[in-house]
Structures are given as structure tokens and as C-alpha cells.
Design a protein around this ligand. Structure first.
Ligand SMILES: Cc1cc2nc3c(=O)[nH]c(=O)nc-3n(C[C@H](O)[C@H](O)[C@H](O)COP(=O)(O)O)c2cc1C
Length: 190
């Protein structure tokens, strides 16, 4: 069975550095036979500004977000792939707000059992990967941390491709060796 990989972009730049990195990572993953689907979450139509903590998801059987908008089927897809890749530019030493909007709604993929103080999730055993770039070389470690902690907490394998000194949107294409590194990273995910 080919590996299924869902790539979520959080960049508002359709042809920027994040898009370029996603292209290279996908190229590597596809070369290994993986099926890659790319969703740019920056252009999804949302009904709410992030997770509203309504907790409807905690009272139902399905691992499903109760907010019926364009993010809902994407969240559902996360439960049915082998790897989820969050791709984002560094915005003020963290991930973009666009990626955070969907990241928080992953709450619907966990079910807490207050009696046992434990949770179940279909994400367990899958891979969570981060692909991020920054203009300078400060802050990508801070961006990576919440994703790494979430992966660890959830029983997911964590991987990251961090590209500092990528410059402005479109410039990552000019960096030596990054394409090869990104393709290798894609192959590793697959
Ligand atoms: C709102 C905003 C905040 C940014 N914050 C940082 C930052 O804190 N540190 C940094 O090195 N680059 C920062 N950048 C630059 C981007 O992270 C960098 O150019 C990235 O590679 C752009 O990716 P994109 O083309 O996919 O948008 C910022 C850019 C924007 C638009």
C-alpha cells in the first residue's frame, strides 16, 4: 500500500517559499511511491476563528469537528493518512496564524476520558512533520516546539525540515542544497 501524505500549507503566498518547499518535499515523497495531497489552509473558508472550545467533538463517537466548514473534511482526512505535514512560514517567531487555525481544530481528533485521565486518537502512530522557512536564522526552533510537543503527547513520530535564511517569498529557490535536502526529507516521510 502506498503511504498517504496530507500536506497542509499555512502560507498566504501561492508561489512563495513554503509552496516551493512543499513542491520539493512532495517530489521526494512521490518518488518513493507515496500519494500526496496538498491543501492550502490559508484559502479555506472558515465559519469560526479557530477552535471555539464548543467541545461537541468530545460528546460524539466520530472523530469529527462540529463546525461545518471547509476545514471539517480536511480534519477528517488527517485521521486517514499516514503522515500530516504542516508547512508554514515563520511569522514573528511562530507558525502562521493560518496554520494555527486548523492545528487547534485537531482537538476534534482526540477524545478525553475524564475517568481514566487518558485520551484516544486515530493520530497515534502516524507521522507529524513540519516544513518551515524564515527570512533570518532566529526562531525556527520556537516554531517547531509546539508541533514536536504535540507529536510526542499524541504518540506520533515527529520530523522537521527547517530552512533559515530563506529570504523573502520566492528566494528559497536560489539557496544552494535546499532542494536536494527537501527532496530527501520527502523521501524520508514516505
Ligand atoms: C507577517 C510576517 C512575519 C514574519 N516574521 C518573521 C520572523 O519573525 N523571522 C524571520 O526570520 N522571518 C519572518 N518573516 C519572513 C518569512 O518567514 C520568510 O520570508 C518565509 O520564507 C516566507 O515564506 P512564504 O513565501 O511561504 O510566505 C515574516 C514574514 C511575514 C509576512
Amino acid at each position: 500500500m502506498p503511504k498517504k501524505i496530507l500536506v497542509l500549507s499555512g502560507s498566504p503566498k501561492k508561489n512563495g517559499n513554503t509552496a516551493t518547499l512543499i513542491g520539493w518535499v512532495s517530489e521526494g515523497a512521490r518518488a518513493q511511491g507515496a500519494e500526496v495531497e496538498i491543501v492550502n489552509t490559508a484559502f479555506l473558508k472558515y465559519k469560526t476563528a479557530g477552535c471555539t472550545s464548543c467541545r461537541v467533538c468530545q460528546g460524539i463517537q466520530e472523530y469529527e469537528c462540529a463546525v461545518k466548514d471547509e476545514a471539517q473534511p480536511v480534519l477528517k482526512k488527517m485521521a486517514n493518512v499516514d503522515a500530516v505535514v504542516f508547512a508554514t512560514p515563520l511569522y514573528f517567531f511562530g507558525a502562521s496564524a493560518q496554520i494555527k487555525l486548523i492545528f487547534d481544530r485537531m482537538f476534534s481528533l482526540y477524545k478525553w476520558d475524564n475517568e481514566t485521565d487518558a485520551f484516544t486518537t486515530p493520530l497515534k502512530g502516524k507521522t507529524l512533520a513540519v516544513v518551515a522557512s524564515a527570512y533570518e536564522d532566529v526562531g525556527l526552533d520556537a516554531l517547531e516546539k509546539p508541533f514536536a510537543l504535540t507529536a510526542n503527547y499524541t504518540g506520533m513520530k515527529f520530523m522537521s525540515l527547517l530552512v533559515p535564511n530563506a529570504g523573502v517569498s520566492g528566494n528559497v529557490k536560489n539557496l544552494k542544497g535546499v532542494r536536494e535536502k527537501a527532496i530527501r526529507f520527502g523521501k524520508k516521510i514516505a
